[in-house]
Design a binder for this molecule. Structure first.
Ligand code: 0R9
Length: 693
């Protein structure tokens, strides 16, 4: 087969077709950072899942290849390869035509699932190379592309046959384009989480995951960070995990958990198959927590909507509801969730009255009262859904609300009428929640009205002179000594310093009044100026934020990581918009100072062991002096300015909780009482923690 890259009529059409994707990748995949990169995998995966939903595919294989590419393979019918009306193979048309959100226009190929967009052409456009292999009609066909441009020569418009087979299916291998993406290393944690979620939502599907990359072994993994513009790095969940691993290590130590069998439960070969579907999903989400009700499950159809739901109460004071529409996670909620909540609140209040728990004079339970402690997954299938919201993950289709409400009302009435103990347990949770809510409302009003929120409760904040939030930065610094150095080394015009002493309160475990009584937390809330949100109140207003960069500046050791975790947990729980809007950063102070001997030699700061090793490989020990910084407090103000404060020279990682759910799950798991999952987590992530020895 001759490979060419000629600009014939075909390729010109292709260029015209896919050029907008390469010009504005963010519009199609949500960005060129880690999120966009992993999105490529999801786009191809979704098409394979679509084939499963159509009833033709039972297995999907996702492989992160040694060379950095990704392969997705399904055992469905195989992409259509016959002649399309455009005069070339249908496969070529699918891979090179931008479909404006709809399906492949030819009705003949419309999947019966008919649920996804066709993102394969977008992935093609953003891949430096892509190979498509189709097993169909006893033959294997192969086509290949470079940056969306076909490199395989067609014969009379049809794909070359490269082999014979009795199987059917599609295999797509693609290499993300390093001209487009900031970094091209897939995040296996995110991908595995997505695959597991897909398996829960599709109980008849089996997904095989394989990570063949060199660094995938837990013992040799190194994050391939590359600095972006202005030296800032993206800081995803992996980095958060490093801090959490440290947090977990601490907790484990204190619980004297045994450290036998140092094997990670996460390997490089994983099979995701969840025949119990949503029931298994809820069981996994509630793992390690004390359950208060059995699993409650229903599935039915109303109008055009298929509704499946499973929930269970645990002994906790928050709700945890996950919505999906056509297998797509609806991060921002939407009509399906509203329909469920509205009908559910009515139902619980109605039973509470019937059972005499609420008297006529009593106020109804609020919606949150009825759902506190609930872990719930609502998955609907709905033809042609409309999504809105900041990240287009909010279901807007009005019909879905009525349909979900109808199914919820009918199915749950049927269930509760036959399971009175369960409805009593749920009402008891609502009563407890209402009581706590009223106490908290009172505490909150008292706190605010008495103006107990002095601006700087511990008197340590060093403010900056500028009032322009876009310019201003606040460094949250570990310890008074580093706080002192930072205070003297900073640029007073736009850099404020807030030293915190030791470990801040773990908000995951504390009640709201304890959180608000904590001096460090109050100072943070007041300094940021934008309020906070929690269960019953939402005073958060991002437009009032005084500092557009909130920078955590802690030592590069276990304690520092622990403090980062506690701070990030606080932001995640009380000010998540700060993270979603990219205002939170972690500073990267250097670990080493290398001073070469000799005149005019400039001192070199090294930020990690790899950098130092590289230097040491090329320089004799006698030619330089090496100093390891034990902590920020050791640096004098000019050093701190040069390495960590100066916007021109410092390195920051932006905290990006791409998958907030995953972060939340990990946080909860780490703070929970069950040791086993925490231990698994530590073994998996311990290699990422930079432990000071
Ligand atoms: C490895 C990832 N898999 C895919 O991308 C994939 C797409 C696809 C497909 C069909 C079957 N398998 C697939 N795998 C298909 C075949 C037929 C009808 N509909 C769908 C048929 O044989 O008649 N897709 C074909 C077109 C599309 N998917 C899409 F473009 F609409 F998405």
């Amino acid at each position: 087969m001759a490979k060419t890259q000629t600009y014939n009529a075909d390729s010109i059409t292709v260029l015209e077709g896919l050029e907008p994707v390469r010009t504005r990748p963010g519009m199609y995949i949500g960005g060129v950072g880690a999120k966009g990169l992993n999105h490529l995998v999801y786009e191809i995966l979704d098409n394979a899942v679509d084939e499963h939903l159509a009833g033709y595919c039972s297995e999907i294989r996702v492989t992160l290849e040694k060379d950095g590419s990704c392969t997705v393979q399904d055992n469905g019918r195989g992409l259509p390869v016959d002649m399309h009306q455009k005069g070339v193979s249908a496969e070529r048309v699918i891979m090179t035509t931008l479909h404006a959100g709809g399906k492949f226009d030819n009705q003949a190929y419309k999947t019966s699932g008919g649920l996804h967009g066709v993102g394969s052409s977008v992935v093609n456009a953003l891949s430096s190379r892509m190979t498509v292999e189709v097993a169909r009609d006893g033959k294997i066909y192969r086509d290949s592309y470079s940056r969306g441009i076909p490199v395989t020569e067609l014969k009379d418009g049809l794909l070359p046959v490269v082999g014979k087979t009795r199987q059917t299916g599609t295999r797509i291998n693609f290499m993300p384009d390093d001209e487009i993406f900031e970094k091209t290393v897939f995040k296996s944690e995110w991908i595995k989480s997505r695959l597991h979620e897909t398996a829960y939502l599709n109980p008849e599907l089996t997904i095989f995951f394989r990570d063949l990359r060199e660094f995938s072994s837990p013992h040799v993994h190194q994050e391939a960070f590359t600095a972006g513009e202005d030296g800032q790095m993206s800081f995803g969940l992996d980095a958060l995990s490093r801090a959490q691993a440290a947090e977990a290590t601490e907790q484990l130590k204190s619980q004297q958990a045994d450290a036998e069998e140092g094997q990670s439960s996460v390997g490089e070969d994983i099979v995701f198959h969840e025949p119990e579907g949503l029931k298994a999903y809820i069981t996994a989400l509630n793992k390690g927590q004390e359950t208060v009700t059995p699993l409650i499950y229903f599935k039915d159809r109303s109008g055009d909507t298929e509704v499946e739901c499973c929930f269970q109460y645990v002994d906790a004071f928050e709700e945890n509801i996950h919505g999906f529409c056509n297998n797509i996670f609806t991060q921002e909620g939407g009509t399906h969730i509203t329909g469920f909540k509205t009908r559910y609140t009515q139902l619980i209040n109605s039973y509470a009255k019937q059972l005499g728990v609420l008297k006529d004079k009593d106020a109804n339970f609020t919606g949150p009262d009825t759902r506190n402690g609930m872990t719930c997954v609502i998955a609907i299938k709905y033809r042609d859904p409309i999504f809105e919201g900041q990240t287009k993950t909010k279901l807007a289709s009005a019909e879905a609300s009525n349909d979900v409400a109808a199914v919820t009302g009918e199915k749950l009435e049927h269930y509760f009428d036959r399971n009175v103990e369960t409805i009593r347990a749920i009402i008891a949770c609502a009563e407890k929640s209402a009581k706590i809510r009223k106490a908290e409302e009172k505490a909150r009003t008292n706190m605010l009205s008495k103006n107990k929120f002095s601006f700087d409760s511990n008197g340590k904040l060093k403010v900056c002179t500028s009032k322009d939030p876009e310019k201003c930065e606040i460094f949250i610094v570990e310890g008074d000594s580093a706080g002192g150095s930072a205070g003297n080394g900073r640029n007073r015009e736009f850099q404020a310093i807030l030293p915190i002493r030791g470990k801040i309160l773990n908000v995951e475990k504390a009640s709201i009044d304890k959180v608000l009584a904590n001096a460090e937390i109050r100072t943070m809330i007041n300094s940021f100026g934008c309020g906070f949100s929690e269960g019953y109140g939402n005073d958060f207003d991002i437009t009032k934020l005084r500092y557009h960069k909130i920078i955590l500046m802690t030592d590069a050791d276990v304690d520092g990581s622990h403090i980062d975790t506690l701070l990030l947990t606080f932001f995640y729980r009380f000010m998540p918009e700060l993270i979603y809007n990219g205002h939170v950063y972690v500073s990267m102070p250097p670990l080493y100072l290398v001073t070469p001997r000799g005149k005019n030699a400039k001192p070199l700061y090294m930020y990690n062991d790899r950098e130092l090793q590289k230097y040491q490989q090329n320089h004799e020990p006698s030619t330089y002096e090496l100093k390891r910084f034990k902590g920020l407090g050791e640096m004098d103000p000019p050093d701190l300015w040069a390495t960590t404060l100066d916007p021109e020279r410092r390195v920051l990682k932006r905290v990006e909780i791409e998958d907030a759910r995953l972060a939340s799950e990990v946080t909860e798991m780490l703070m929970g009482s069950d040791v086993a999952p925490r231990r698994d987590f530590i073994y998996t992530h311990a290699h990422e923690a930079q432990i000071d020895t």
